[in-house]
Write a protein that binds this ligand. Structure first.
Ligand code: DGT
Ligand code: CA
Ligand code: CA
Ligand code: ZN
Length: 586
């Protein structure tokens, strides 16, 4: 059975092949469905198994023909229409698409004019400067293509956690159903909540291991079996990732979990600490060495807490186990009380169908409410971002009236949820803003972001942003570094300076939770925590299913040692607003 990621990928590709043929509208429809499926927490294959074609049609944006394609893919592992488009296309689209800035239309031109079919063709053409003379490309584009190729090669095959986690959870749930299995945990980088993962590490506690291993290597998600043994196996999944599994008895669960969670450096430090105390720590337990020839006695190992305790430490959360000072902090009782997954009360960056979101203000509000939030800020794009139909001054004011109406409606329905007025206002090249100060002053929350001129020299970029966040109407700087994981590196900006200015002006810096953004990253988050700069964790939702991405922003906040007090949308709305209004920037 294909995973959601598999289905999203094939539908996305259909959209791109169609876009290469200049078919109108259809490409966007396929892309949107792909995006939605990627963010569903339920497996589409399971939905189909239980509810058939009509269940698939209930997925937002899925009409009859896309539903049939999905059915075909689940049944046969391929879609005839996709195969036909692929055969008809002369280029390796999937490969070329990985280069930032290369969409289906550009790829088509590169093929028609220069015969470029693959990444290596592209690299040759760019290094021999054949691309710059093409109409619509130029020298800058050629340079960016080269940078993009380098980035693709450097980012390797790590997968973005937020996009792959739903598929991991499906496997986890299936393993839990095996008779004799009492625990299934995903350890490794997944448990430490890194933004990308190199492979998946399943840890299973079970009375018997054979049934677990038999199930594991025969799962439909498996492309290839790499190794199969009584306690340890490894497979290569169709999604492109490797997955390890280890089955352990319950007495050594804690020690195994601790070992396979890592990080490696954290493990090494713990083992050293054990040795200093005359103990030995490994994946089977913590042991006391009894004199010469006296053997060893197990003193901990069934739980992680027990191991840390025996080493004289409080429990250290997995997100902190990166050797970034967590052992010292633990020793001196200075570990943070990390923000929790239930702590968020609002979402400060939400797009609606007023621009490039797929749902209305009301639909987004209901979805946020169902996710457990009690407020959100509508932050549609502004006019400079023309491809999203960004709003101008007038439409922002008009949207405000619509928000009033929806708030009234929610109140009548007794839904305890409030929608605030806001914007994701573009920062123009010179640091001025895309809406007038007069209109900005009417909004509850003003967010600003950079969506253009990514290649300015670092000083210029830093000054541009500094000017924007010094505007007294500005409250939050959204996705501060502009990176897209596995796709585009951050623009060059002096974040130390920006954090300092944010501190002076009371500007909030965002942790954008969208899985391929996670922007700021955990290192900048840690710097904000240390300098007392407040942050927000926002979904950057463009669809009703995107609020669940907040989880991944919370992950990164935790990796950055953030507490509830550091995150303004973990506060009640009134407190959050009075912090923004009481700011000192002028
Ligand atoms: P990844 O897969 O690259 O995203 O990162 P991890 O951390 O999941 O690394 P992985 O899968 O190679 O190993 C899982 C954990 O197992 C790792 O975090 C720590 C532990 N581990 C693996 N190899 C070693 C080792 O040679 N020494 C020690 N102390 N621990 C190891
Ligand atoms: Ca791993
Ligand atoms: Ca591994
Ligand atoms: Zn944006």
């Amino acid at each position: 059975m294909p995973t959601n990621e598999d289905i999203a990928k094939v539908l996305g590709e259909i959209g791109e092949y169609l876009a290469m043929q200049d078919v109108p509208f259809k490409p966007r429809a396929y892309e949107k469905v792909a995006e939605t499926i990627r963010s569903l927490s339920e497996s589409v294959s399971e939905m189909y198994k239980k509810g058939g074609l009509s269940a698939v049609k209930n997925i937002p944006g899925v009409g009859a023909s896309i539903a049939e394609s999905i059915e075909e893919f689940i049944k046969k592992g391929k879609i005839a229409y996709h195969e036909e488009l692929k055969r008809g296309a002369p280029v390796n689209l999937a490969e070329l698409r990985r280069v930032e800035g290369l969409g289906p239309r550009k790829i088509k031109i590169l093929y028609q004019k220069l015969g470029i079919r693959t990444l290596s063709d592209l690299k040759k053409a760019a290094t021999s400067h054949k691309i710059r003379s093409l109409e619509g490309f130029g020298e800058k584009t050629e340079e960016n293509i080269l940078k993009g190729i380098e980035f693709v090669n450097a980012s390797g095959d790590r997968k973005i956690l937020g996009f792959i986690l739903p598929d991991i959870r499906v496997i986890e749930d299936n393993l839990k159903k095996i008779k004799g299995v009492s625990k299934v945990v995903v350890a490794g980088s997944t448990r430490r909540r890194r933004e990308t993962i190199g492979d998946i590490d399943f840890l299973v506690v079970s009375e018997k291991s054979e049934p677990v291993m038999d199930f594991f290597v025969n799962m439909p998600e498996v492309a290839r079996i790499m190794a199969k043994g009584p306690t340890k196996s490894m497979v290569h999944l169709k999604s492109g990732l490797d997955a390890d599994i280890r089955v352990v008895p319950k007495e050594s669960y804690g020690a195994a979990l601790n070992y396979f969670t890592g990080s490696k450096d954290h493990n090494v430090a713990l083992r050293k600490l054990a040795i200093e105390k005359g103990y030995k720590l490994n994946e089977y337990g913590l042991f006391k060495i009894k004199g010469k020839g006296g053997g060893e006695e197990k003193i901990a190992g069934d739980t992680e807490e027990g191991i840390y305790k025996a080493l004289g430490l409080p429990y250290i959360e997995p997100e902190l186990r990166e050797m970034m000072g967590e052992i010292e902090a633990a020793k001196s009782g200075k570990l943070p009380k990390l923000i929790d997954y239930k702590d968020l009360k609002g979402d400060l960056q939400v797009q609606t169908s007023w621009t490039d979101g797929s749902a209305s203000i009301e639909e987004m509000a209901i979805a946020a409410y169902e996710q457990g939030l009690s407020y959100m800020v509508v932050t549609d794009h502004t006019k400079r971002l023309a491809m999203t139909h960004g709003l101008d001054d007038e439409s922002v004011l008009k949207q405000g009236k619509e928000i009033d109406k929806v708030n009234q409606k929610l109140k009548e329905k007794k839904i305890k949820f409030y929608i605030l007025k806001g914007t994701e206002c573009d920062i123009l090249k010179d640091g001025s803003l895309d809406l007038s100060d007069k209109v900005l002053a009417t909004l509850d929350v003003v967010g600003v972001s950079v969506h253009s001129y990514f290649n300015l020299p670092i000083n210029e970029q830093t000054k541009r942003v500094e000017k924007a966040i010094r505007n007294k109407n500005v409250d939050i700087f959204f996705h501060p570094t502009g990176r897209l994981i596995n796709k585009r590196s951050a623009y060059e900006i002096d974040m130390e300076r920006i954090i300092k200015v944010a501190g002076e002006t009371g500007t909030v810096l965002e942790i954008d939770a969208y899985p391929d953004r996670l922007d700021m990253n955990y290192e900048y988050i840690r710097q904000c925590v240390e300098s007392g700069v407040k942050m927000s964790i926002d979904s950057d939702a463009h669809a009703t299913t995107h609020f669940q991405y907040l989880e991944f922003g919370i992950d990164q906040a935790r990796r950055g040692w953030a507490e509830k007090e550091d995150i303004i949308n973990a506060w009640p709305m009134e407190k959050m607003l009075s912090m923004l209004k009481g700011e000192t920037n002028d």
